[in-house]
Design a binder for this molecule. Structure first.
Ligand code: NDP
Ligand code: PYC
Length: 343
């Protein structure tokens, strides 16, 4: 089978060199050094793990959103301690990830004392994969769940117009015998980023992902992007989860619903201006037996009945390969990144 990388000249770059390059790009295009460090690590990690819809593919959209004045790359998040188990952050119209980093020490302290803690981020832009926001908690023995809403492009079940965002849910839990169990999934049938990549590569999508501007089912990614829309995964069930994400990520945090912001006066804006919720649980508080041992037992049983591939396994395998051999990028893409770092 042919791959989009056939006949393309490829280069490798180490994870640390890619992170440095991306940091330079963000700083050159208007972010503070602190924001650049967080975004560069996030984006390089996605590329390293093969999360291609949210790796270097996203740089263009980050930069056009910064250039449009739509997102504040210099924003300083304001962390508010609002309850025994509740932290809020106003991201100041900046990115969500620096807001999470700013609140993390207080969030973990509260999760460990109360057994559970909630972080509500508002006035924030999230343009990335969600797993990097939860996996580090599980690496510290905590359980974490996060939701973020995005921009109107998903038609609720049985509806006739898009309303919801692609609204992912990510979950991470420690595991005694291996890397944390992590899943991260859009509540749309496909992430918007993957539709863009398919359009760029001239590939058709499987049936059931989206509709064209007339509301008719289509497998053509260009028809979805050109006035069409996506469908939720799993019919009314995915649609209900997407609704839940809107409520938790926006209504509960004070952020915008996916349909509430208007970027039409900011040509080039691509980063959704919404909210994010993260729930962190200290499993030690509830344990009869050690949680990580119990989660390992669940994995063992899943393997026993035939599920060999756990969510997260593909990423972990790609991570190991990228760390051993370098991250593979088309030469022209790497050249373009180097140019962006120097202009
Ligand atoms: P996928 O459908 O590719 O994967 C969803 C989850 O299922 C992953 O955890 C994946 O693990 C796991 N998985 C995939 N195939 C299998 C299998 N055969 N058996 C077991 N587990 C499996 O992800 P999506 O397309 O839904 O989302 C892609 C990315 O887009 C996510 O990172 C998401 O956060 C991001 N996104 C971000 C948005 C934002 O607003 N910031 C909006 C929407 C999406 P693995 O990772 O190992 O493949
Ligand atoms: O891939 O659906 C997506 C997406 C929306 C915002 C960032 N990524």
């Amino acid at each position: 089978m042919s791959s989009p990388l056939d006949n393309v000249e490829l280069q490798t770059i180490s994870f640390s060199d890619l992170t440095t390059l991306l940091r330079q790009i963000f700083v050159r295009h208007g972010t503070s050094l602190g924001v650049a460090e967080v975004l560069a690590k996030n984006c390089a990690s996605a590329q390293r793990d093969g999360s291609h819809s949210h790796g270097v593919f996203r740089i263009k959209g980050y930069l056009s959103s910064l250039a449009a004045g739509w997102v504040d790359g210099q924003a300083i998040p304001k962390v508010e301690d609002v309850g025994a188990a509740f932290v809020r952050v106003d991201a100041g119209g900046g990115f969500a990830q620096p807001a999470l980093e700013a609140a993390k020490p207080l969030l973990i302290e509260k999760a460990k004392s109360a057994g559970v803690a909630i972080l509500a981020i508002r006035n924030s832009h999230h343009f990335a994969a969600l797993w990097p926001d939860v996996e580090p908690f599980a690496e510290q023995g905590l359980v974490a769940l996060s939701v973020v809403n995005s921009m109107t492009c998903v038609v609720p079940h049985d509806a006739h117009k898009p309303l919801f965002g692609t609204n992912p849910i990510a979950f991470a839990a420690p595991r005694a015998g291996g890397k944390p169990i992590v899943f991260d999934m859009a509540t749309s049938a496909i992430a918007h980023g993957d539709v863009q990549i398919a359009a760029r590569e001239g590939r058709m999508l499987p049936a059931g992902m989206g509709v064209d501007r007339a509301g008719q089912p289509t497998c053509d990614p260009r028809a979805i992007l050109d006035g069409g829309a996506l469908l939720p995964f799993g019919g009314y069930k995915g649609s209900a989860l997407s609704m839940m994400v809107e409520l938790l990520a926006a209504a509960l945090t004070g952020g915008n619903f996916s349909f509430e912001f208007d970027w039409s006066k900011h040509p080039g804006a691509q980063t959704p201006w919404t909210g994010q919720l993260i729930i962190v649980i200290d499993p030690d508080k509830g344990r009869g037996q050690d949680f990580a041992v119990r989660s390992e037992e669940l994995v063992r049983q899943m393997h026993g009945v035939g599920q060999e591939r756990m969510p997260g396994d593909r990423r972990y395998a790609q991570r190991a390969k990228s760390l051993a051999d370098g991250i593979v990028l088309p030469q022209d893409e790497l050249d373009r990144l180097k140019q962006l770092a120097s202009v």
